[in-house]
Design a protein around this ligand. Structure first.
Ligand code: ZN
Length: 135
């Protein structure tokens, strides 16, 4: 398994529009894409920051996982995404090591990336998203 880089840092916000005022206009980061991920009930916006990105996540419904996070934590860093070259191999390795996974199988995330979440209990309290380019 090859870890390539931190792909992005996910930040939960009430409103992407409001926070573009900081991330795009004050920091000067370039908005690379935004889309709605219906399966996760979120709208996302990606801003390039060097080799990585910042992902702003806004809930599109009251029962979105991001709504729950905002209620419990009031926003902030939601997850760190690590880009790997083989997500299935990564999941198999974590499973073998007895680590708790949220997704046992990769699924399709935004931009057709393969993604899978590792439980925060496995990583010191940080939700980790594994991501891999579609082949
Ligand atoms: Zn993400």
């Amino acid at each position: 398994m090859l870890i390539e880089k931190i792909d992005h840092i996910g930040i939960a916000v009430e409103s992407i529009e409001n926070w573009l005022g900081f991330y795009r206009d004050v920091l000067g980061l370039q908005l690379s894409r935004s889309e709605e991920v219906k399966t996760q009930k979120v709208r996302v916006a990606f801003l390039k920051i060097g080799e990585s990105q910042i992902e702003l996540l806004e809930p599109t419904s009251e029962d979105s996982p991001i709504s729950n996070f905002l209620k419990a934590r009031g926003g902030g860093i939601h997850h760190i995404a690590i880009k790997v070259n083989d997500i299935k191999e990564a999941l198999a390795r974590f499973h073998e090591a007895g680590m708790r996974l949220i997704d046992n199988e990769p699924r399709i995330g935004s931009h057709n990336q393969l993604v899978a979440f590792v439980h925060p209990k496995a990583s010191g309290g940080v939700l980790i998203e594994l991501t891999q380019e579609p082949k």
